[in-house]
Design a protein around this ligand. Sequence first.
Ligand code: AMP
Ligand code: MG
Length: 334
Amino acid sequence: MRVLGIESTCDETGLALVEDGVCVLEEVLRSQVEDHAPWHGVVPELAARSHFEHIQTLYMSMISGTSNAYDAIAVSVRPGLLGSLLVGRTFAETLGVITGRPVCGVDHLEAHLYSVQMEHTVPYPYLGLLVSGGHTLIARCLSPTSYEYLGTTLDDSVGEAFDKVAKMLGMPYPGGPHIENQARDGDRTRFAFPRTALSAKDPQRATCFSFSGLKTAVYYLLKSHADADPGFIRDVCASFQEAALESLMTPLAHCVSQTGIRRVVICGGVAANSRLREILSQLDVDCYAPSPSRCSDQGIMIAGQGYHVLQRMLENREKDITVSPTSRIELAKP
Ligand code: AMP
Ligand code: MG
């Protein structure tokens, strides 16, 4: 079955044609990073307008050069920016009517957690650590369509912490890759930034994350170092990156011991960070990740996950297989 996947949850307009949930036939992707860079973050109204402006041209450019027809359409419907979700959903529904193909709604987080299966065969169950600009969470992944959330962030996402610290240091948006570049030659032990471990305060929250304290610690350090030495920025980046990435490890290690699952998949934009991959390799787990270019949002993962959602829904003879766009989803209470 060939599925057209459409992604428009945040600041990437992505479309792809994927066969049987794994084989990528075509892909187009447009990032809005330049539109949002002056604001150092995603502006929801601009994001929706930009999806609206480009989605049809992207679709036409992908479809005109290919003889690959598709059997069904999958569109990301949650969670995300509501205006952006509505653009994707309306486009998908319209195509569904014109082509007579079924349309299904896909959960963007589940698509991230599944995406590794498009490059590696990872036996189920596994733990998924989703680290992106909008999310930081751990899920128990039981099958392509069955996920349980074990913990999430109580404040910022880890990607947001990278972006905000980069902004404080005068670096462009998105800041993650710039911090990683500077950190390569920096001293990660120079500044003792806090590692969050919520378990110390509240065992109920041992699987959750928090990054606001770390961000504040960087802010006060910068305030107190007006005359910095030449290596200062590099050392701040390296010390911050180490603290942020190590803060991911305590809840993850807790989930590993709690569930007994020793297979870990990382995904989301921050999973492209090579130091994260090194730190994870020190945990006693089998670690898998999509290739760095597949870590952030794209249509490929929506088409891949959509194939499994469609299979399940068609098997259950569900007639209406679309879902209304929802900006937030309910995660398990910590
Ligand atoms: P996404 O939300 O999945 O589109 O990913 C974007 C987020 O990933 C932004 O917050 C980026 O700063 C972050 N990011 C991208 N590459 C890296 C990297 N190499 N290291 C750390 N964060 C990164
Ligand atoms: Mg993005």
